[in-house]
Design a protein. Structure first.
Length: 275
């Protein structure tokens, strides 16, 4: 995140926003800047990619499903916009630790002992590490001690739209993002790669709520896509994973998506029309 902070300082904050005598490296200034940048970044990612997905990918026929709520899109967006600032508070604390040099993020490819192959391997390990972490956190949030208080609000959306992707209770939203933030404190990761992965995970979160169940046949039981996550919203105890089905299969929570078996939401709507 220090790359973004440096760019913001250079092009906007130092010349136009902050007093000339306030040093860029001063902790209070960094915290304030990170809070603003994190919230603006989250807002742009959510609204930009959520809107693109909603208008160009999401099947609006799904809004006719009986479990699609009245004014649902507006309610999803409202809930997300209320939660994102609160989610950003602990997130900014972790970004601040990164900026102060406590993580294992590095600037140059030469700083990695494995060069470009290390960058590629770190991308794969990031995906598998975060997928594992999110699986167990997500599954834990379904425990009766936590579900009603923290995770149930996200399950209001049985037939989700892309705007449901970030409509979490703040504790829920931060906990499920925690593996993304922990990784660079445990393992070396290139800073630009980390920014790219951060954008990717936000876009992926939107994509698994977009109602587009198409996936190459040979990946249907490997990739945890929208079809799998739709069944999670509908049937509760299945498909907790983020990108892959691996941990659901290990944990005994994998369910073959009903849409792949002719029993999904689209098939239900088709049967309603035939009646």
């Amino acid at each position: 995140m220090d790359l973004v902070l440096e760019a913001a300082d250079q092009h906007l904050l130092t010349p136009y926003v902050y007093p000339a005598g306030w040093p860029e490296g001063e902790p209070c200034r960094q915290l304030l800047s990170l809070f603003v940048i994190t919230n603006l970044g989250a807002l742009v990612l959510y609204l930009l990619f959520g809107t693109l997905s909603y208008y160009f990918i999401f099947d609006h026929e799904l809004k006719k499903h009986p479990q699609f709520l009245e004014n649902q899109v507006r309610r999803e967006i409202t809930y997300a916009l209320r939660s994102l600032p609160w989610i950003s508070v602990p997130t900014v604390a972790l970004f601040f630790a990164e900026v102060r040099g406590y993580s294992k993020l590095y600037d140059n490819i030469e700083d990695s002992p494995y060069g470009w192959s290390g960058v590629f391997l770190s991308m794969l390990s990031f995906l598998f590490f975060t997928d594992m972490g999110i699986y167990w956190i997500h599954r834990g949030l379904h425990h009766k001690l936590f579900y009603k208080r923290f995770h149930k609000p996200h399950h209001l959306w049985k037939i989700a739209t892309p705007f449901a992707s970030h409509a979490f209770h703040p504790v829920d939203g931060f906990m499920q993002s925690l593996p993304y933030h922990i990784y660079p404190f445990l393992f070396p990761l290139h800073k630009v790669t980390y920014l790219g992965l951060y954008i990717f995970v936000n876009v992926w979160t939107i994509s698994i709520h977009d109602g587009d169940y198409r996936v190459p046949r040979f990946l249907r039981h490997v990739i945890n896509g929208s079809a799998h996550h739709t069944d999670h919203h509908l049937y509760f105890d299945y498909n907790y994973g983020q990108y892959f089905t691996l941990w659901d299969k290990i944990g005994g929570s994998y369910k073959s998506p009903t849409s792949f078996e002719g029993k999904g939401p689209h098939d239900y709507l088709r049967k309603l029309r035939e009646k």
